[in-house]
Ligand binder design. Structure first.
Ligand SMILES: [Zn+2]
Length: 192
């Protein structure tokens, strides 16, 4: 049986795109709906935010890695239409500045995992991405990437098996391949 990744993303012309995709239509429908809910709720709080990136191809991730813009060589949950990067809008431009804890609160109440705490603020995460939300626990990612898991419409990461919810996000092991010398960090721009 197919899912949004196999049926829609895999057949989309942007599947191997190396340019940034911000189209909400490449978000899995429930994720898309929850992201819109978060944008609306932030607006009601007086905070203007926008979708910066939805789908990301492996080709783009590799390019970002080569340019030193990310420490992750392999694309993650973005590739499956289940992750979205949401930034502030300041003067009509995307902005990564300021506190994004509001995004964590809105993500939590919408049923999305926030990259600022990966669903568990009690764990010290070595990798933090405060503009990132996803509809999948960190512990499910391995199965997602392997094609053994894709969330149903009813799936809620916060009611997922507790044993798999509380997994700390880890940085990739050091020295696992050639790595461009990181440029001056552009906070949070392209990570998970
Ligand atoms: Zn992200």
């Amino acid at each position: 049986m197919g899912n949004f990744f196999t049926d829609v993303i895999s057949t989309d012309s942007r599947f191997s795109s190396t340019t940034r995709v911000a189209d909400p239509l490449l978000l899995e429908p429930v994720t898309r709906q929850l992201v819109q809910q978060i944008i609306d709720a932030a607006g009601n709080m007086g905070i203007t935010i926008m979708i910066f990136e939805t789908y990301r191809s492996q080709a783009r991730q590799q390019e970002l890695f080569n340019n030193g813009a990310t420490k992750l060589r392999t694309v993650g949950v973005h590739r499956f239409g289940l992750a979205c990067d949401i930034v502030r809008v300041v003067g009509g431009e995307p902005s990564w500045k300021g506190d994004f804890s509001f995004l964590g609160q809105l993500a939590h109440s919408s049923g999305l995992i926030w990259g600022g705490d990966w669903g568990d603020p009690t764990i010290k995460h070595s990798f933090v991405d405060s503009v990132h939300v996803q509809r999948c626990t960190v512990a499910r990612q391995g199965d997602l990437f392997a094609g053994n898991f894709y969330p149903s419409n009813e799936y809620n990461p916060y009611t997922d098996d507790p044993h798999v919810l509380f997994a700390a996000a880890k940085m990739p092991a050091k020295g696992t391949g050639p790595r461009a010398k990181p440029r001056k960090a552009r906070p949070g721009k392209t990570s998970a």
